[in-house]
Design a protein around this ligand. Structure first.
Ligand code: FAD
Length: 417
């Protein structure tokens, strides 16, 4: 076969991040002929280091749990910190309703993503790196035509029976065949780096906790990584970043200084790399699938990472995407049915997280979030379940929040009338 005749395969996956590799492992294990194409070379840097307890059963099922445990910091829960009256609130995963695991891990994504990608190769997928998919063409026959270019400029052609787009925030299929809607109410950007000499969360058994500091104008994450490294990032309004005028460093340290709780922890911080930034926050696609393709992970939608939900959503979506692909190969009719269901589930999960993101950004509702009570609805344990990635008990959280919003709204209207 020459390089110019398209290589046939069952499923081609664009992108070797957590979504792409999860789907590749799952499908290759079913004996399908899978090709996964990554534009970079693993290990490569990626932000998004804090996993959730609901990742644990997935990692176990994929057969990589021990490898991930070996590179990760044990994470028993999450703490939220404010500079105002609420102080600190910790949410240990072990109290989550229907806890699927009592911990998660925090990982360097370069290592985590490489473990998954190499595991896809072990499972039987063909893995290509330093190769970028440049074009997807729908042919009138039963195949797609995928064009990719290697780093040296060599063109590669593929003719898969089904395509999974896991291209992350590059959103390849949405840009080529769909539409991307930005959430302008949540148009955020982040500045981040790795630091030394940042103390971990205080308290017995708390050293593996992620700390989320809810501060004026945004929030900070502090994610403990191996070798006493702390990943620290600030998320704020994109507009305020644009109009800041000064350097990235000046902006970051201005926000550190503005928060007593963050400043105290960053007093002796030493940056291990220059600060990086990312924008293009909070979007979702108009459609997650079409004839012979399905979109998974960040390639379909992205949410403010305040609840560290990205990797878990990407992996859950990938399992669904793999199911859609295998159904489609059996019968396009079954595939369409599976695709409709998978899209609906993905949208529901995203809606729930973004609902919570707005609540935590509202100072008044944040007050309740920071003082959750277990009586009568086990609201605290339901919030922990959400923070662990289990959405089933969410009604216990939404009900009181919604009731409060209505009562507060009525009270406001009454006051102004
Ligand atoms: P990605 O991990 O982005 O993988 C996509 C892959 O596709 C990449 O490797 C890319 O190189 C490749 N690719 C793209 N285009 C092409 C192409 N044309 N051809 C070939 N390959 C291509 N999530 C968490 O769970 N916890 C966190 O603490 C967290 N913090 C975050 C902080 C910030 C500031 C941001 C921006 C995100 C954070 N996230 C976090 C989200 C998380 O990083 C993502 O949700 C997750 O990486 C999604 O996985 P994915 O596989 O869909 O995409």
């Amino acid at each position: 076969m020459t390089n110019n005749s398209p290589l046939p395969c069952d499923v081609l996956i664009i992108g070797g991040g957590p979504a792409g590799s999860t789907a590749a492992i799952t499908l290759a294990r079913q004996g399908l002929d899978v090709v996964i194409i990554e534009k970079e070379q693993h290990p490569r840097f990626h932000i998004g280091e804090s996993l959730l307890a609901c990742n644990i059963p997935i990692l176990k099922e994929l057969g990589v749990l021990d490898d991930v445990a070996a590179i990760g910091v044990y994470k028993p829960g999450a703490e939220f910190v404010t500079d105002t009256g609420e102080g600190r609130m910790s949410f240990p995963f072990r109290y989550a309703i229907d806890a699927q695991a009592d911990h998660a891990f925090q990982v360097r994504r370069a290592e985590f993503d490489e473990i998954l990608f190499r595991h896809a190769a072990k499972a039987g997928a063909t893995t290509l790196e330093k190769t970028r998919v440049t074009k997807v063409t729908f042919t009138p026959t039963a195949t797609l035509l995928i064009e990719a270019r290697t780093e040296t400029g060599e063109m590669r052609l593929f003719a898969p029976r089904f395509l999974l787009d896991a291209s992350g925030r590059d959103t390849l299929m949405l840009r080529q065949h769909g539409q991307k809607y930005s959430d302008l109410r949540n148009n955020k950007a982040a500045i981040f780096s790795h630091f030394r000499n940042v103390p971990r969360a205080e308290g017995e058994g708390m050293e593996g906790y992620i700390s989320v500091h809810l501060v004026q104008g945004g929030w900070f994450w502090m994610i403990p990584l191996p070798d006493n490294v702390m990943s620290v990032g600030f998320v704020g309004d994109h507009e305020s970043f644009k109009h800041h005028g000064g350097s990235l460093d000046a902006l970051f340290w201005k926000h550190v200084q503005a928060s007593p709780s963050v400043q105290a922890r960053m007093a002796k911080a030493e940056a291990l790399a220059p600060l990086s930034t990312t924008g293009n926050y909070s979007y979702k696609g108009d459609k997650a699938w079409g004839e012979r393709y399905f979109i998974i992970g960040d390639a379909f939608g992205f949410l403010d990472p305040v609840f560290s939900s990205g990797v878990m959503l990407a992996m859950k979506g990938a399992l669904r995407g793999a199911h859609v692909a295998s159904q489609w190969l059996l019968s396009p009719q079954w595939g369409r049915k599976a695709a409709r269901k998978a899209e609906r589930q993905t949208r529901q999960e995203m809606q729930l997280i973004s609902w919570l993101v707005y609540r935590i950004n509202d100072p008044l509702l944040r007050y309740f979030f920071m003082r959750p009570k277990n009586k009568p609805l086990r609201m605290r344990d339901a919030i922990i379940a959400l923070l662990a990635g289990n959405f089933a008990p969410s009604w216990r959280v939404m009900l009181p929040f919604r009731a409060f919003t209505v009562i507060f709204g009525l009270a406001k209207r009454f006051k102004h009338s």
